[in-house]
Design a protein around this ligand. Structure first.
Ligand SMILES: Cc1cc2nc3c(=O)[nH]c(=O)nc-3n(C[C@H](O)[C@H](O)[C@H](O)COP(=O)(O)OP(=O)(O)OC[C@H]3O[C@@H](n4cnc5c(N)ncnc54)[C@H](O)[C@@H]3O)c2cc1C
Length: 249
């Protein structure tokens, strides 16, 4: 598709779905087209000039479905973005097109005994804020947990804190099921149970859009979140100095 044809197709998308939250300003679209690929001296020059031409932020699954259907009809490239923390350029649009920011699809849809199901755009920190009061935490938490989304971790990530006990995200028992949308003129919604659900893991959105993920959880361990505030408190009380006075060290 030529650049001109793609521009007309994108304009047709906006005209057909005016109620959506479109992002058209070039600096904003460029920012949404970035991840951390610039860590790599190999990728940086290759991806420097690659951007989407338009972005959109669907507010629910129905909006996402209408975007996907319209892109499939118009043959416009569709790229998915979670938190944009991937460091291998997985979300960089190689042929322009539309960037779909998934971060508004961020609800927790079910909380069980030792499991949770949530929409793919939820940030991992927000997801754990939801599970902790029930006594459960995520089994693996990447260091980017504040920004990274559930769908992005599944689509492009590997593991994190907790993986020593539970293995990487793809280890059996961690991901229980995935709800996905196919990229077709009439998008289908499918639910895949593990192990089939893992067919979408590390696929970077290329074989379907992940809309919800069901994860197994770990019991909360009162670890660092308790220890660090305690150490700060002790420091404030100058306990080490008092111990020093008493020649403890
Ligand atoms: C400093 C730093 C530290 C990191 N530490 C870790 C770590 O400890 N462990 C780890 O595993 N990774 C780590 N990463 C890599 C990255 O943070 C993880 O891969 C992260 O989980 C990606 O989530 P995201 O929401 O930012 O994904 P994005 O970067 O937004 O997307 C990642 C990929 O998933 C695709 N995608 C996004 N949403 C969906 C969806 N709903 N359906 C289908 N595909 C989708 C995107 O198109 C892209 O291909 C680190 C990266 C950086 C820069």
């Amino acid at each position: 598709m030529s650049d001109t044809d793609r521009q007309s197709a994108l304009a047709a998308l906006v005209a057909a779905l005016p109620e959506l939250d479109w992002i058209k300003e070039a600096p904003k679209v460029k920012r949404l087209s970035r991840d951390f690929h610039w860590f790599s001296p190999v990728l940086k020059p290759q991806l420097e000039e690659k951007f989407a031409e338009l972005a959109v932020r669907p507010r629910d699954e129905q909006e996402l479905k209408s975007i996907v259907a319209a892109c499939a009809r118009q043959r416009v490239p569709l790229n998915l973005r979670g938190g944009g923390t991937g460091n291998y350029g997985q979300l960089i649009p190689l042929n322009g097109g539309l960037m779909v920011d998934m971060t508004r699809l961020n609800s927790v849809t079910a909380m069980g005994q030792g499991s949770v199901r949530a929409q793919a755009g939820i940030r991992l920190g927000d997801l754990e804020t939801h599970t902790r009061p029930f006594g459960w935490e995520l089994r693996c938490m990447p260091s980017t947990w504040k920004l990274a989304t559930l769908g992005g971790l599944f689509g492009g990530g590997f593991g994190g804190v907790g993986s020593v006990n539970y293995g990487p995200l793809a280890a059996p028992g961690n991901v229980l099921s995935v709800r996905m949308m196919t990229m077709e003129e009439t998008p289908r919604i499918l639910t895949l149970q593990a192990p089939d659900a893992l067919l979408l893991h590390h696929a970077y959105g290329s074989n379907g859009i992940v809309t919800e993920i069901e994860l197994a959880l770990a019991p909360v361990t009162p670890g660092l979140s308790v220890l660090i505030p305690l150490l700060i408190l002790l420091r404030q009380w100058h306990l080490p100095m008092r111990w020093h006075d008493r020649q403890v060290w």
